[in-house]
Write a new protein. Structure first.
Length: 181
């Protein structure tokens, strides 16, 4: 018996492709116009939340991040900062498993608290990794320092968590379940 079903693999592939395509088309424009790094976090957290809801299996979110990273680097090789988002997906996956999928998805108040917290922590990790390893130290300093840069990523994670939770709640309210997709 395989761990990931065909539906799980489809969910992972679709979510990863969506993240990669939006990440290489819209995010660079937003970055150049605003200089703010949080759009990719928003997109990433929404996609990871949908992948989590769809599969509810350890490793699915990590695999979504890995496939999105491979696709992104294939289509835009200079986007090495995406390794930070790969790390964020690992943190997101581990924390949701630790807290429990039911607490993250099915209970109204615990879901909001846990998913928003996980979104903030995982994207702050991404911001720290990107700031430390892939950004020019002068650029980070001009943005207010590494903590501020990670905070901007965490803000994107919070907004993405709200959007992702809203999408999942809307699907559930309409009777959509992962096995019916």
């Amino acid at each position: 018996m395989t761990y990931f079903s065909t539906r799980d693999i489809i969910a992972i592939a679709m979510c990863a492709a969506l993240w990669a395509v939006l990440g290489i088309t819209i995010v660079p424009i937003f970055w150049r116009v605003t200089g703010m790094p949080f759009l990719c976090d928003m997109i990433g957290v929404v996609v990871l939340t949908i992948a989590l809801w769809w599969t509810r299996k350890l490793g699915a979110v990590t695999l979504t991040g890995a496939v999105a990273t491979i696709l992104t680097l294939t289509l835009r090789p200079e986007a090495t900062h995406f390794f930070g988002f790969m790390a964020a997906s690992v943190v997101f996956d581990a924390l949701t498993r630790l807290i429990g999928y039911r607490n993250c998805l099915e209970r109204p108040i615990p879901s909001a608290i846990s998913l928003l917290s996980i979104s903030i922590v995982s994207t702050a990790v991404a911001g720290l990794i990107i700031g430390l390893l892939f950004m020019n130290p002068k650029a980070i300093a001009s943005m207010g320092g590494l903590a501020f840069f990670a905070g901007l990523h965490a803000l994107g994670g919070f907004i993405g968590g709200v959007i992702g939770l809203t999408v999942v709640r809307a699907l559930m309210a309409r009777g959509v379940t992962p096995d019916r997709l």
